[in-house]
Each structure stands twice: as C-alpha cells, then as structure tokens.
Design a protein around this ligand. Structure first.
Ligand SMILES: [Zn+2]
Length: 344
C-alpha cells in the first residue's frame, strides 16, 4: 500500500494531473456530443485506499482508510479505534473546537483536523465517502491537501447514478468579529477571495490576497499544495495546551520572528494566503454539499468560516439545494468546475 512519504515525494516531483477550467472547455469543445444527454453526477472512489501519517496536535501515528460510499451518504468519518466504532458525519453543526483546526464532535467523541481532507474532497468533487480513522485526529501529511489529492486520484474517482446536489446561496450572508469578516454572495459557480494580515515580515512581503474562480483556476494546481504555517514563538504555548505536538518542518511552514525556517522556502509565492483559501474550501464543504456562491473573507479562520455556514443555514430563504440533470441547465462556471462528471 502507498506510504504517505512516497506519495509526498512523488507530489513534490510531479506536476499533478487535473484540467483547469480553460483546458476543460477546450476538451469539451473537442467532444461536443459527450455532453448532450448528461447530468452532473455524484462521485465516490472506485476502490479503498489507505495511508498512515502523524497527528499534528497529538503527535501520534494515525492510520486512515478511504472507502467508497453509496449516493447521498455524504462524507462520514468513523473512529474505528473505539469499541463500538463511532460515526461522525461531516456537518456544520458538528464542529466544536476551532482553536487550531476544525474538530467534529458528537456525544463526547472528537475528530480533529478534518479541513485539509475535506478541502481535497471538495476540490475533486467527491460527494460520498467513508473515512476510517484510528485516532482522534486526521494525519497532517505534509501540511497541505496535495497528499490527499494524490491518494484520492490513486484510488480512482467514480461517477454515481444520482444527480450531484449543490447548496445554492440566494442572499448575501456575512459574519464579522472586529476587523475579521467572512461573506457569501450568490454566484453561478464557486469562487473565493481571501485577504490575510499577520504583521510578520515573512508573510507580509508575500501576496496577502488571493482570488480564485474555479471556472478558470484548478484546485489541484493552484490550491492543493499550499501548506499550513506557524510561528516558533507560539509553539511553546500550544504545546502547553497539548497542541502542535506533531508539528515539524516536514508538515508546516515554520517562521521565527523574521523569516521562514524551512530550508526549501515556499512552494508558491503567496503560499500563506493560498493555504487560507484551502482551509476555507474545506470548512465550507462541511455544509454537506458543494456551494454555488462567491466567498470573500478578511483574516477569517475556522471559527468564523463555520459561523458563516451556520448563519446561512439558519435562514431558509438564503439558500436552496439544486441539481443539474440536463446539460442546458448547468451554469457555465459549474460545467467547467466538474468537467469529468458529465457522463452520459
Ligand atoms: Zn489548514
């Protein structure tokens, strides 16, 4: 079975596959008949795939197995180290602790750091999956979503015989806390605009604002490789709280007061802001369906992203579930977002 270290090594040296919206449009033009009787379908994996890694906060070894699931299952995590095993379905009202990660909680059972895998699942359009985990936290892998993307693509992605359902935002919704805010606006597609400010020289000299629109940008190429980051001056306080025990230069960008300490430097010139977009995509996918919306945020994090979803869902007139069962109904931005889903 694939070791995560091997997976990461390959990811570092290979350009990952995946069509951007532009490439997909060209492919669609070359094969016009393929789309005539198609609908946007739900997706799961073709086969089971396993991986091992370390928990960022616990520091313990964690094993995961990603298993195919039937249409309309959603993303269901299963704590298989408990007897009997406990299932935690991805849903915005199950998110408890958001200090350093998005933690699902149910009847006293916790599962932490779900956002990077959730982000990869959103990015690849996977609707239904069982995720077996033998610890209270998902493995951090290399601190990005790229190892999860690689695992999912290695298992193979299968279109299912059920229409993909989207959560369409119908009215603007905003939450704020001081100068931090997050907002959703109606949009026939999915785009994000994220600004950060850390008052730190190594962060502020990079691009601190990132805008992506998945009608034209590729999740795999433009977002999935961005790593999480932390500051050495925070590590002691975090460790006193039992957090970041597994954190290292192998799974995070680490900075002292002045500079990045990782010898290899940054993977992308604006890697910090891109990781915040990666996190937001994962946090928003806890809604249970992909969004049709424009997300924008300033200095937001897991807590505010989750609060935004709760405010949205609390207002029944602000959203609706939609599916596209005939081609002509599919908004252009969505057709480009999930090109390979359109199987006749
Ligand atoms: Zn993150």
């Amino acid at each position: 079975m694939l070791s995560p270290v091997a997976a990461i090594r390959q990811i570092r040296h290979l350009a990952l596959p995946g069509l951007s919206g532009r490439d997909a449009r060209i492919a669609a033009m070359q094969h016009p008949r393929r789309n005539q009787t198609s609908m946007l379908r739900q997706r799961t994996l073709k086969s089971v795939i396993r991986a091992t890694g370390v928990g960022l906060h616990s520091g313990v070894k964690v094993r995961i197995a990603l298993r195919p699931a039937a249409p309309d299952t959603g993303i269901v995590f299963c704590r298989v180290d408990l007897d009997p095993p406990v299932e935690l379905k991805a849903n915005p009202f199950g998110v408890g602790d958001t200090r350093m990660a998005s933690v699902l909680e149910q009847d006293g059972v916790r599962l932490g750091t779900v956002e990077h895998l959730m982000s990869a699942l959103a990015g690849l359009g996977i609707d239904n999956l069982y995720v077996d985990v033998d610890a209270a936290e998902l493995p951090i892998m290399d601190g990005s979503a790229a190892p999860f993307v690689y695992l999912l693509q290695s298992a193979g992605i299968e279109a299912q015989n059920a229409p993909k359902r989207f959560l369409r935002v119908k009215k603007p919704v905003e939450v704020n806390e001081g100068d931090k805010w997050a907002r959703l606006d109606p949009y026939d597609g999915f785009k994000l605009d994220f600004s950060i400010a850390f008052n730190h020289p190594a962060v502020d000299q990079t691009g601190t604002r990132v805008a992506v629109d998945f009608a034209d940008d590729s999740y795999t190429r433009d977002i999935s490789r961005a790593r999480t980051f932390g500051f050495t001056q925070d590590v002691e306080a975090l460790r006193a709280q039992g957090l970041a025990l597994g954190g290292s230069l192998d799974n995070a960008i680490v900075m002292d007061e002045y500079r990045v300490l990782n010898a290899e430097g940054l993977r992308l010139p604006d890697e910090f802001a891109r990781h915040k977009v990666l996190d937001a995509i994962g946090d928003l996918y806890l809604a249970g369906h992909p969004l049709l919306a424009a997300f924008s945020a300033n200095k937001s994090g897991h807590a505010l992203n989750n609060q935004l979803l709760r405010v949205l869902l609390a207002d029944a007139s602000a959203w609706e579930l939609v599916s596209f069962e005939r081609d002509e109904a599919v908004p252009a931005g969505i057709a480009h977002l999930y090109p390979t889903l359109q199987l006749s």
